[in-house]
Design a protein around this ligand. Sequence first.
Ligand SMILES: *[C@@H]1O[C@H](CO)[C@@H](O)[C@H](O)[C@H]1NC(C)=O
Ligand SMILES: *[C@@H]1O[C@H](CO)[C@@H](O)[C@H](O)[C@H]1NC(C)=O
Length: 167
Amino acid sequence: MHSFLYRANVLLSFAITILGVVCAIASFTDNFNNPTPHAQVKVLNINWFQKQPNGNDEVSMTLNISADLQSLFTWNTKQVFVFLAAEYETPKNAVNQISLWDGIIPSKEHAKFWTHTSNKYRFIDQGSNLRGKEFNLTMHWHIMPKTGKMIADKIVIPGYKLPAEYR
Ligand SMILES: *[C@@H]1O[C@H](CO)[C@@H](O)[C@H](O)[C@H]1NC(C)=O
Ligand SMILES: *[C@@H]1O[C@H](CO)[C@@H](O)[C@H](O)[C@H]1NC(C)=O
């Protein structure tokens, strides 16, 4: 009896060790994946741009977001969360980050896409800093693995500018 439990225990810890090793290899091999993702965003239209009664600036725009994130997928990838943010500087903050759009990519087959959309989340500045403001659009992603740690990275697309006047 004693020896049976002992053996079962040895077997179990052996199995757990193997499982641990397999998981470690799975997440380790992810380190060798050198992804080459691409993202492109065009501001197709400024739909409107105004100062709200409370003094904050808000802009609505139509975007064409296109990306090829297929290289982020390995056999250890469960899904990839992406979001597009506007990043700009104001006198108060070196970086203001406003999320405009996001999505979940469930598989490699869906990782090459384009979408024609107005900003899903409101682009509001706490203040009236947006007229003529230069900004970057950044495509951020979080790779959710089947095992191991989450990997996050981004592509910065610089060189956008808001109109000088409200409209
Ligand atoms: C959006 O961009 C993609 C890739 O650059 C292009 O194929 C597509 O025609 C564009 N769509 C619109 C509505 O501009
Ligand atoms: C925008 O991108 C440029 C070039 O990558 C960078 O120098 C600048 O700091 C960025 N601006 C913000 C507010 O992140």
